[in-house]
Structures are given as C-alpha cells and as structure tokens.
Design a protein around this ligand. Structure first.
Ligand code: FAD
Length: 293
C-alpha cells in the first residue's frame, strides 16, 4: 500500500523537474500527478493532506527555482482539455487554470477582445498568472479578473469574487488553494491594434531584459517600494557576476540566467550574494519574487 493507492494511472515517481521549469534546473519531484478532472484533483489533494504528503501546484515553472535535491513531495499539474478550456461569453471569458497564458492572449485578440497586450511577454499558465498576480509597468492580471474558481484548503470548490483574492504586488491570498480557472472581463476592440501594441511592449521588454528563450525565472527579487531591485544590484557592482555557469544578467541585473552546466545552487549562491551586497551597500533587504522549492 502506498499513499497514492488508486491514483496509479495519474502518478509518476521521481520525475525530473528540470523538464518542467523555465530554468531547466533542479532535481526530481518524488511524485508528479496529473489529475483528469476536478473531482480527481480534489481527491488527490485530500489524500495528500490526510497522509501528510507535501504538495505543490506547478504551471509552466516560469517563476520557480527547484533545488538540486528536488522536491520531496507531490507536484500536481493541470493539463488536458478539461483544465485548459476557454469559454467566451461576450467580453466575459472563463479560462481554465492550465491554459497557456501567451496563447490565450492571442486567442482573445482573435475574438476581438483586447487589454491583455499590457501583459505581453509573460510566460505561464492562467493558474500561475493569477496566483502571482503577474504583470508589469503596463498592468497586472488583477485589472481583468472578475472571479477565480478555486479548490480551497477545506476541499470545497467555490468561486471567489476578485475582491476576495487578496491581489497585491506579485502575490495573492491563495496560499494552500488550487486555482481551477478565472473569469476575465475583456474589452471589445481592434485586433490588429492590440497585436501591434503587444509587439511594442514585447520588444520594449526584451530590449531591456534577457530573451524569453533564456533560462531564467523572470525577475528574481520584488522591487522594493519606490526602488528598482535591478538598479540596486547593478549599483552593488554585480552585473555580469558569475557563480559556476549562472550569471547575473549583463542586460538586467534582476535576472539570473543559467547557462549549460549551471546548477540550482549556482543560482542560489548568486541570490545570497546579491542580497548581501545590496544590504551592505544600500541597507535594503531584497525580497524574493521567485519561488524556491
Ligand atoms: C522570461 C520571463 C519573463 C517574465 N516576466 C514576468 C513579468 O513581466 N511579470 C511577472 O509578473 N512575471 C514574469 N515572469 C514570471 C512568470 O512568468 C510569472 O510568475 C507567471 O505567473 C508564472 O506562471 P506559471 O504557470 O509558470 O507558474 P509556476 O512558476 O509554475 O508557479 C508559480 C506559483 O504559482 C503556483 N501555481 C501555479 N499554478 C497554480 C494553480 N493552478 N493553482 C494554485 N497555484 C498555482 C505555484 O505553486 C507557484 O507557487 C517572467 C518569467 C520569465 C521566465
């Protein structure tokens, strides 16, 4: 008997998480489960809780650094038609948590629904995007979210109005919740104009940052109020600094990029160094934006 008795068809053991994260770093998940519907998902989470198995939700792994030792618990992914469904009702769009965000943005343009061009160039699933309140200088996902469908820590599936999600800078009150989907409200508008704006914002972003194809997890640290984490790290003289095969980006110091042969520990060492140097130089305590498992 194992804790995942009955879930064998959807459970794999020792799954390398490097294959599932943007960084392509880190060790295996002890278990990875891909539930086939919401009922099965609720049952898996319930089993994890009852058996004391640590569990985490995984989207595209675009905001994650997995340690070299891996994650000693269950990693749950929402893939397949049921979790990736998109349903349009005028400007109101219900999107499954597993849907790929950049693809959805383009799909919405094709329905002449605009607004999400403000979030151009942000990889992830709707689940991760909502959970992190992803965004940048032109907007955040919270501006578009009307409601979020969740599995709450009591095991109930319910719909939270946006006001109850606790959206704030790169965070929400959804710790311990599973995001199942979100209802977004988009404006009807001109598809081609939205595409042009999307391209402009994308170009602007990647003029200043490493390309989306680079192995990173986006910005490492949150910007302290009124300051730029990248500038503080740059002023501490760390642009281009390397540990093993990881580097504080020369293009934008709030990015740490992994080259071939890098380890998660290389990235963690650079994080510790940046925190330390910025604290000593500027008296600012940098807070992680990425999650470390
Ligand atoms: C090149 C690059 C550029 C980026 N630019 C930006 C940017 O401009 N702005 C920005 O905000 N972010 C940016 N990011 C970070 C990343 O794109 C976002 O944080 C995004 O929301 C991550 O989504 P994900 O699905 O990959 O989540 P993951 O990285 O897989 O997970 C992130 C967190 O969300 C949780 N989670 C995932 N799915 C669910 C779910 N269904 N239910 C509950 N919790 C869930 C995870 O457990 C974890 O806590 C960038 C990343 C990269 C690699």
């Amino acid at each position: 008997m194992s804790w995942f008795d009955g879930f064998e068809p959807i459970c794999r053991s020792d799954v390398p998480l490097r294959a599932h994260t943007w960084y392509q770093l880190g060790g295996p998940a002890r278990w990875m489960l891909t539930p086939r519907d919401e009922g099965e998902l609720a049952a898996v989470v319930d089993r994890c809780r009852k058996e004391g198995v640590a569990w985490r939700m995984l989207g595209r792994g675009a905001n994650l650094l997995v340690r070299d030792g891996g994650f000693d618990g269950a990693v749950l992914r929402l893939t397949g038609e049921i979790f990736e469904k998109i349903a349009y009702d005028g400007g109101s769009v219900a999107v499954g948590a597993g849907a790929d965000f950049p693809k959805f943005v383009r799909d919405a343009f094709n329905h002449s629904l605009v607004g999400l061009e403000a979030l151009a160039g942000i990889p992830g699933t709707i689940g991760g995007i909502v959970r992190m309140n992803a965004g940048g200088k032109y907007g955040e996902i919270r501006q578009f979210v009307r409601a979020v469908r969740v599995l709450n820590p009591k095991g109930e599936i319910l719909t939270l109005p946006a006001e109850q999600v606790g959206f704030r800078y790169r965070h929400t009150d959804l710790d311990g919740f599973v995001v199942l989907g979100a209802v977004l409200e988009l404006e009807p508008g001109d598809r081609d104009a939205a595409l042009r704006r999307h391209r402009e914002i994308w170009n602007e972003k990647y003029d200043q940052q490493p390309p989306v194809s680079a192995r990173s997890a986006g910005c490492i640290f949150k910007n302290p109020p009124g300051q730029s984490a990248g500038r503080l790290i740059d002023e501490a003289g760390l642009k281009g600094f390397r540990m093993g095969a990881a580097e504080i980006s020369r293009k934008h110091a709030n990015f740490i990029v992994a080259d071939a042969g890098a380890t998660a520990q290389n990235v963690l060492d650079l994080i510790a160094l940046a925190k330390d140097r910025v604290w000593n130089r500027s008296g600012v305590s940098l807070e992680l934006e990425i999650e470390v498992w």
